[in-house]
Design a protein. Sequence first.
Length: 394
Amino acid sequence: MLETFYKTHDYLVEHVHAPIRRQLMDEINWKDRLIAIKGGRGVGKTDFLLSYAKELWEKEPDKRKETLYVNFNNFYFTEHSLYEFAGEFVKEGGKTLLVDQVFKYPNWSKELRDCFFHYTGLRIVFSASPVMRLIEGNSDIGHIVKMYNLRGYSFREYLNLQTGCDLPVYTLDDLLHNHEQIAAQICSKVKPLWFFREYLEHGYYPHDPGEWNYTDKVLKLMNMMIEVDVLLVNKIEVAYLNRIKNLLFKLMEEVPCGLNISKLAESTATSRSTIINYIKYLKDARLLNLLYVEGKQFPMKPARIYLQNPNLCYMLPTRQADEQAVAETFFYSALHGVHKLNACETASFLVDRKIRFDVLANRPKMPGFRFAAISDLEIGKAKEIPLWLFGFLY
């Protein structure tokens, strides 16, 4: 039975398209026995799992049968359980099971827990939809799973991909205190601003340069996020699909913006409470980011709403992407994975509850007193930092 799965595994590992090594690969403690790779649709979770399998394969080729990638789209799992499959794999000497699309499988969390406690020599690494509750509210695996977030390409990863460089990651503290030297070092090797404009429009989602139209790809991803990650997982009736899409469309016309719940409820023929829930679902699906003032959180009304990454700003045919909106969206997207961001009356963002940042599409005529992330700046000075450098945080 397993031989068919091994054949599929071998083919996929041999043909995996992973042109760069993702930074997350070195951040995971691979000794943990239950690991979740959580990320939005289209960010490369499947390629990440297969790339890890390939690294194990190349490191110990004589132990290739100890690792197996399996996708739960396979109809086999309509009649056979994850627990049963893991047992057969362990009997054959299996050590590492890489599981994709597990959220489509009933009782996935219970069976992952059972595998964890019964097959103590087995490690399971599984991809997770961003709408899956892995820790909060999940009593099955919340205390045993180690969760990591895989995001789309950072600007650093995109730049390395396009240029063949191996530019390193920097911390926010590095940028605040040494951005002039760091930018000068990078600019001696590449011209980042030229690539940065490309990245903002079509660099966040991994794709093959020879692939079909990037805009069509992202639109397809957005529809899948709504139809699967919002409707299917939250068990919302298909009849409400168009209302959710219409809500996203209206927000895309305005973002970054405050939230006028009454206006949105009236224009989409939806109740106020439902609007709030839909926005939370869109945020969980990695379509929106919500910015709150310090001390407030969902279900309270956010101070501003952003699209989840700058590429989404270019997906609306009725509105030309606004440079200031794109700059703020990039800044939020680049920082929020590791740093705390809040709305602030005196600046664009409050970072980590203490640093006020202005995010600007163009360099101001007079320098300010706060830190400023500036979109058209190649090398900064003092508190003026090039916006593109914040794409080096991962």
